[in-house]
Design a protein around this ligand. Structure first.
Ligand SMILES: *Cc1c(COP(=O)(O)O)cnc(C)c1O
Length: 398
């Protein structure tokens, strides 16, 4: 047996992926499974974007590009950051990567050292603590609660800062909770970061998917000083239903972007040339499909939240963004099905998959076992049907 790298210590196989795989297998075997596990929009990539990719192939845009992305895409990103966020960046302050996840990975590798601490509010996207550990740093998890809308307060943030704190991750709107910070809340957090020289890592991938009139803002736009200590992360995966194209980007201080580019140059090189041209069209082309998608998501969100709250033992607050509901299912824990006690979110997710044919994601890997995550990136009909099935299955518990 070859001994695996010690960096892998504690790196577990994702529970999310395990349940998704089981749901897929059940579906393939002919079972009627309703999927609330999806981490991607169910809409097709808009036609104009697909056509831009086809054109890129026909035009021969099929070779290596600059490591950090073609200038046309960098300029489209710069224009987007100006238009939507009132942020000014130059080309050497922007990098395009193979998905937003890749940008985050490179950023963690570029700025985190062994012994550094990185503050991560929970519930969190599963990859943040793992990527921090892979970079040798220690994730410092700051728990948030439903009562605070799953948002970290400036006071909580300040109380966890030590002389080892290097960075903080802010993900608004959030995966898995859908919580979104107001501009004033972001400003409060930014002031703490400024005071203690903490790098702000702002994951804004769900920026375009907000509801009920809520408008997402970038923490970097709080002030010129704040922008100087912030790296903004975004991408086309969620807003343009382009998860498979693998285009994400980061904007921030040029020394950091340069370091990320060096890492990228020695590992993946440039993101796919064809996808880059598609992303140029996504950012520069008509934006009406984004709004249409958000409108549809909002209807499903409302139906899901309403349905879940009607189930005894389940409560859910209304998320402002993304496409997830983080439902409190702790009222069901301790109940039994055929002598087997539902002890936590993993047991419940397994039970719902086996007995209701509904795939949900346990909250445990996101940092809070009292919850399960349900994605409404599926039709309104499926949302209603799935929630009904969950209700019936929970009723059967004793
Ligand atoms: C989906 C997602 C990303 C990035 O996805 P990519 O497909 O790699 O661009 C980043 N952060 C969060 C919280 C996400 O849910």
């Amino acid at each position: 047996m070859i001994k695996l790298s010690s960096r892998l210590h504690g790196l577990e196989e994702s529970v999310t992926l395990a349940i998704t795989a089981k749901a897929k297998a059940l579906k393939a075997s002919g079972k009627d499974i309703i999927g609330f596990g999806a981490g991607e929009p169910d809409f097709d990539t808009p036609e104009n974007i697909k056509n831009a990719a086809i054109k890129a192939i026909k035009d021969g845009q099929t070779k290596y590009t600059a490591v950090g992305g073609i200038n046309e895409l960098k300029d489209a990103i710069i224009a987007k950051l100006k238009r939507d966020n009132n942020l000014d960046y130059a080309r050497d302050e922007v990098i395009v990567s193979c998905g937003g996840k890749h940008s985050i990975y490179n950023l963690f590798q570029a700025v985190l050292d062994t012994g550094d601490e990185i503050i991560i509010p929970s519930p969190y996207w599963v990859s943040y603590p793992v990527m921090a550990s892979l970079a040798g740093a220690t994730p410092v998890v700051v728990a948030t609660t439903e009562k605070s809308g799953f948002k970290m307060t400036a006071r909580d943030f300040a109380s966890r800062i030590t002389d080892r704190t290097k960075a903080v991750v802010i993900n608004s709107p959030s995966n898995p909770t859908g919580a979104a910070y107001t501009a004033a809340e972001l400003k409060g957090l930014a002031e703490v970061a400024l005071k203690h020289h903490v790098l702000i890592i702002s994951d804004e991938i769900y920026e375009k998917l907000t509801y009920g009139g809520f408008k997402s803002s970038s923490i970097a736009s709080a002030s010129y000083e704040v922008k100087g200590i912030t790296v903004v992360l975004n991408g086309v995966s969620k807003a343009y239903s382009m998860t498979g194209w693998r285009i994400g980007y980061a904007a921030g201080p040029k020394e950091i972007i340069k370091a990320m580019s060096s890492i990228q140059s020695q590992s993946t090189s440039n993101p796919a040339s064809i996808s880059q041209w598609a992303a140029v069209e996504a950012l520069n082309g008509p934006q009406n499909t984004v709004a249409a998608m958000a409108k549809e998501f909002e209807k499903r969100r409302d139906a899901m939240v309403k349905g879940l709250n009607a189930i005894k033992g389940v409560t859910a607050i209304t998320p402002q963004g993304a496409f997830y509901v983080f439902a409190n299912t702790s009222g069901v824990y301790g109940k039994k099905f055929k002598e087997k006690t539902i002890k936590g979110s993993v047991d419940l997710a397994t039970y719902l998959l086996d007995e209701a044919g509904v795939a949900v994601v346990p909250g445990e890997p996101f940092g809070d076992d009292a919850y399960v995550r349900l994605s409404y990136a599926t039709s309104l009909e499926q949302v209603n049907k799935g929630v009904k099935r969950i209700g019936e299955a929970i009723k059967r518990l004793e």
